[in-house]
Write a protein that binds this ligand. Structure first.
Ligand SMILES: *[C@@H]1O[C@H](CO)[C@@H](O)[C@H](O)[C@H]1NC(C)=O
Ligand SMILES: *[C@@H]1O[C@H](CO)[C@@H](O)[C@H](O)[C@H]1NC(C)=O
Ligand SMILES: *[C@@H]1O[C@H](CO)[C@@H](O)[C@H](O)[C@H]1NC(C)=O
Length: 381
């Protein structure tokens, strides 16, 4: 019984009451408690006051509201992420990006956007041309830039490229890390529910028409523009590896340009893939250039009827070799583009057309000035 006594609450309190020092401590505690409560009540009242003022005044406050009540309305699901530099790794990002609504009709007026995904090493030397291309079409596009992680872009707040860099990783050209970067771009762009079409471009690409023409061409197409063809010889079927069976057979093997345009459904197909990914990672290594085979082959198996089987990006392979021609200052003339536009013939929504390419590559930084002076006459912007 005697050993238990000390643990009884009554005895503990009596002990404290008998000593003057702990009593003063208790008073201090009480004082702090009251003061703390007062301060927090006042600050809560002030924040709420400002929060409400913002809602009724300028618009919904992003600064104060989330601290006290998360806005749990539809807007919360529609609004694109305000900061592209999230902390998700690829596993987490792809999982999040694969969310697809099952009800196909949107309960609000959704304006579909084109996501322009820039795959670059570092700077975008042709940015001034793109800036002019995008000007006046806000709300119909979004921009994502995947550059080397070590590169920090220095775009001014007025630039369309300002804070559009996504978390990136090192890319080795012609290897799986290239497809990883493209999937990373797609996944980041999928986080904005308004993005409906996804275009991959590089720092050496230029638009060949104005935004209205390009938007109409892509939004009214029944098919996505993924280059995909069955090619004989060492650079086509010759790159097929029999270890890819049974997931990919020789007859299913496709080749196509790396520079694609896909719709939202195909973008999800690409980022959710775990069937074909390991096959291409393990059995398509240089001289099998995986970025020319992985997406064309897997989409031709999964959704052949959604593909136009051609790319929108003009490239000049006529000089031969492993790399296409690059055009600089001296090449950029009206005649050059006249020749490029005249040589076109393809099908669009099953009808013959002479507008086959919306973008072109590769252009050197020195091409910028002549391109800017020709743009309004030749490209219409
Ligand atoms: C991402 O993080 C999760 C949890 O820590 C881990 O299981 C997963 O392997 C990571 N993925 C990558 C690609 O690092
Ligand atoms: C694209 O090729 C696939 C076969 O891989 C075919 O089923 C599809 O009809 C083609 N698309 C068009 C628009 O011709
Ligand atoms: C875009 O180009 C087309 C054809 O060149 C032209 O008719 C149209 O006015 C241009 N649109 C804008 C917004 O400049």
């Amino acid at each position: 019984m005697a050993l238990e006594d000390g643990k009884e609450p009554g005895i503990t309190i009596r002990l404290i009451q008998n000593r003057p020092l702990p009593l003063r401590l208790l008073q201090f505690f009480l004082l702090f408690l009251v003061l703390g409560l007062g301060v927090s009540i006042i600050s809560m009242y002030t924040f709420r006051y400002f929060g409400i003022q913002n809602v009724t005044g300028v618009g919904r406050s992003n600064i104060f509201l989330p601290c006290f009540e998360a806005p749990n309305d539809l807007e919360n699901w529609i609004r694109p992420p305000s900061n592209l530099l999230h902390k998700m790794n690829d596993t987490e990002l792809f999982w999040r990006a694969s969310f697809v609504p099952r009800i196909k009709e949107y309960p609000y007026r959704r304006v579909p956007k084109i996501a322009f995904m820039f795959l670059t090493k570092g700077p975008l030397p042709l940015a001034p041309l793109w800036e002019r291309f995008f000007k006046g079409h806000e709300g119909l596009y979004s921009i994502y830039v995947h550059s080397l992680p070590s590169y920090a872009g220095n775009y001014t707040p007025s630039s369309v490229f300002y804070k559009r860099q996504i978390p990136s990783q090192v890319v080795e050209w012609g290897r799986m890390s290239m497809c990883d970067a493209e999937r990373r771009l797609l996944a980041n762009a999928l986080l904005d529910i308004s993005n409906e079409w996804f275009i991959l471009v590089s720092e050496a690409c230029i638009p060949l028409h104005n935004f209205s023409i390009i938007y109409r061409y892509i939004s009214r197409s029944r098919y996505s523009f993924m280059g995909s063809f069955d090619e004989d010889g060492p650079y086509g079927r010759g790159r097929y590896n029999w270890n890819m069976q049974p997931e990919v057979t020789l007859a299913q093997w496709r080749k196509g340009s790396q520079w694609f345009e896909v719709n939202r459904r195909l973008a999800v197909n690409i980022i959710e893939d775990t069937t074909y990914y390991p096959k291409f990672r393990d059995f398509c290594q240089p001289a099998c250039y995986v970025d020319e085979h992985y997406f064309p082959t897997m989409l031709s198996i999964q959704a052949p009827r959604l593909l136009a089987n051609r790319t929108l990006t003009w490239t000049d392979w006529s000089r031969g070799g492993a790399h296409p021609a690059t055009f600089g200052k001296a090449d950029i003339t009206e005649q050059f583009f006249k020749k490029m536009f005249e040589g076109q013939s393809c099908t669009y929504n099953n009808q013959p057309t002479t507008v086959c390419y919306l973008f072109a590559r590769k252009f050197a930084p020195s091409a910028l000035d002549p391109l800017l002076s020709l743009a309004s006459k030749v490209f219409g912007f």
